[in-house]
Design a protein around this ligand. Structure first.
Ligand code: NBP
Length: 479
């Protein structure tokens, strides 16, 4: 028999995805890996999967029914290009090549364009949820053509995570849309994690509670509006005791956060699009700051506030931090969805933002009940300009803003860094401001560069003759 789906690249992600595919009714899975040993191992260890192993690209192509459909799970970058080139050689027009790796979306746009010229479909699909997700059900964000979705849709639906009866996969948009949305997902994940870390730090340093006690706080929070996978695992991490030293594990882990670059992509892309994703940016920078021990060792001599930080009303403070966390989280998601909206406009993708929020409800790291509220908001108003202004979120911000301000003030006075809390609050105050000091910036720009300005009271573009008699003239618009 022929396989209806193939997987190329049988490291941890690919072999788990292949096993997931094989476990679903109706799928027969062909597998190929550059070095034969991984293929042999997978096939030997999982006879139940009924894999059809291939040991060359020709054999792989011959083992697939038409239209041939293959998911590539190899190292992002050149390896992906190498595999695509090899598959294009042995596939035919109408066949479908899916890149399930963590590609940078401009690469996906480039690859889609090149592969399309051969008549073969190319789909960049963001696959979230790590190793476990790949095996048990990931959240999947495919881009690519409508034609490819006809064949690919049912296959991806068969393996995706399920949230409230719905598979966590949707055809996000054409060419690179899927990888773009996966990138922003990761950026939001950075912000979510940093916000949680700041909440922990403030509670620990403000109340003197132990990590295990703070684990209880997070476990409690997980029963309310903050309910999410990340809050849940935070409690688990904080409760963990190091076997060697008997100390809380969090106290023996080196405080230098790593990153694989997707947060930086999200921020770079946002900068290029002119979208202020300040929460994600601060979260990304916070990891960078943490990872410079040489600078931190030197800067440790700089002074902080004189007084020690201790809150009087412990329960009140913890509730304030909870509110600040929820408010900041709303802003981080609002900014992330703003980036997706702007990316869709820039790259001509039609992206259903509500559908995106729904496929993140399971099978990915930011999974949470909260995402239903985002779906509701976009169902109510698909062209919502600022997610945070949707009734549910606006109400939460109205309720939480006083606590949020108290927490940022307390953190500032205590000398506890809270870049994500405070930048989210600054965004909130900026976006809701009736008038911004951007007017002064425009005046400065006109002064030194004759960049001109617009007026609030009449049409046209103006310039003040700063080096002359300082009269205003009508000018050509040069921004
Ligand atoms: P790796 O990223 O470690 O890649 C190893 C695989 O790439 C092996 O199968 C290897 O074949 C193959 N490969 C390489 Br390297 N160069 C190749 C080439 N020139 N031609 C053909 N094959 C080549 O695997 P992974 O950790 O399973 O990740 C796979 C993808 O999934 C990556 O893009 C990664 O970023 C992504 N990922 C996503 C998540 C997530 O949470 N969504 C988690 C982890 C990874 P070999 O066996 O012959 O060396």
């Amino acid at each position: 028999a022929l396989a209806n789906i193939g997987v190329v690249g049988l490291a941890v992600m690919g072999s788990n995805l292949a096993r997931n595919l094989a476990s679903r009714e109706g799928n027969t899975v062909a597998v190929y890996n550059r070095s034969r040993s991984k293929t042999d191992e997978l096939v030997a260890e999982h006879p139940e999967a009924g894999f059809i192993p291939a040991f060359s690209y020709e054999e792989f192509a011959a083992s697939l029914s038409k239209p041939r459909t293959a998911i590539i799970m190899v190292k992002a970058g050149r390896p992906t290009d190498a595999v695509i080139d090899s598959l294009v050689e042995v596939f035919e027009p109408g066949d479908i090549i899916v890149d399930g790796g963590n590609a940078y979306f401009p690469d996906t746009i480039r690859r889609e364009k090149a592969v399309r010229e051969t008549g073969i479909n190319f789909v960049g699909a963001g696959i979230s949820g790590g190793e476990e997700g790949a095996l048990t059900g990931p959240s999947i964000m495919p881009g690519g053509s409508d034609e490819s979705w006809v064949t690919l849709g049912p296959i991806l639906k068969s393996i995706a995570a399920v949230a409230e009866g719905e598979p966590c996969v949707t055809h996000v948009g054409h060419d690179g849309a899927g990888h773009f949305v996966k990138m922003v997902h990761n950026g939001i994940e950075y912000a979510d994690m940093q916000l949680i870390a700041e909440a922990y730090d403030l509670i620990r340093r403000g109340t003197g509670k132990t990590p295990a006690e703070i684990a209880d706080v997070f476990a409690e929070w997980n029963k309310g509006e903050l309910e999410s996978y990340l809050i849940e695992i935070t409690a688990e991490v904080l409760r963990q005791v190091d076997a060697e030293t008997g100390k809380p594990l969090v106290d023996v882990i080196l405080d230098q956060a790593g990153a694989k670059g997707t947060g930086a992509w999200t921020v770079q892309t946002a900068l290029a699009l002119g979208v202020p994703v300040s929460g994600i940016a601060e979260a990304t920078f916070a990891r960078s700051l943490s990872s410079h021990p040489e600078q931190r060792a030197v800067a440790a001599s700089l002074p902080g506030p004189d007084e020690e930080f201790r809150v009087d009303d412990v329960d009140g403070f913890i509730e304030d931090v909870r509110q600040a966390l929820f408010a900041s989280k709303i802003i981080a998601y609002s900014q992330g969805f703003d980036e997706i909206r702007a990316g869709a406009a820039e790259y001509n993708w039609t992206i259903d933002l509500g559908a995106v929020s729904k496929i993140w409800r399971a099978g990915c790291i930011i999974r949470a009940q909260f995402l239903n509220r985002i779906a509701d908001a976009y169902a109510e108003q698909p062209d919502l300009p600022v997610l945070a202004t949707a009734p549910y979120f606006a109400e939460a911000l109205t309720r939480g803003q006083a606590a949020w301000r108290r927490v940022v003030v307390a953190a500032t006075q205590a000398g506890i860094p809270s870049p994500a809390f405070s930048s989210s609050l600054a965004y909130y105050d900026g976006i809701r401001a009736e008038r911004l000091p951007a007017a002064l910036v425009q005046g400065q720009r006109d002064f030194f560069g004759a960049h001109t300005y617009k007026r609030i009271d009449k049409e046209g573009t103006f310039h003040t003759q700063w080096s002359g008699d300082r009269t205003e003239i009508e000018a050509e618009d040069t921004h």
